[in-house]
Design a protein. Sequence first.
Length: 166
Amino acid sequence: MIRYALRCKAGHGFEGWFRGLEDFETQKATGLLACPACGSGEVDKALMAPAVSTARSKEARAEKAAASVRQAGAAEAAEPAQMPAIAAPRTPEQAALMEKLRALRAELTANAEDVGTAFPEEARKIHYGEAEARGIYGAASREDVGELLEEGIAVMPLPVLPEDRN
């Protein structure tokens, strides 16, 4: 994953994570990128300092991530990890972005299997070649997510929409 510093036409800065430059360009071209502050779809990459990765910095980041997962506490780790809900749209641009998120989520869930709370185990089976490679989604605790990431298994939360909280 690559993190890009982004800036909208109005000058608001934010960041986005992409698989690569091609993903960024595709999302930009299809209108999936929008400024979270003003909803502008005119988004470009901003200048950013290169991230130089060394063995020590990788170890430090891995330890920091593991420590933050441990600090979450056993009670919190037992609960499924959840993304904060996206606020209800206030502008037409935000409403359009919300509809795109709904469509994206619908496409992701239509083309994947809901494995529920078995998500961590099933993700490992797929990663290690013990199960058929396929798209899955489900629930995982913060601790499970941290462990999956430490094992090099890429996971990403589905967008949580306002209606999910009702």
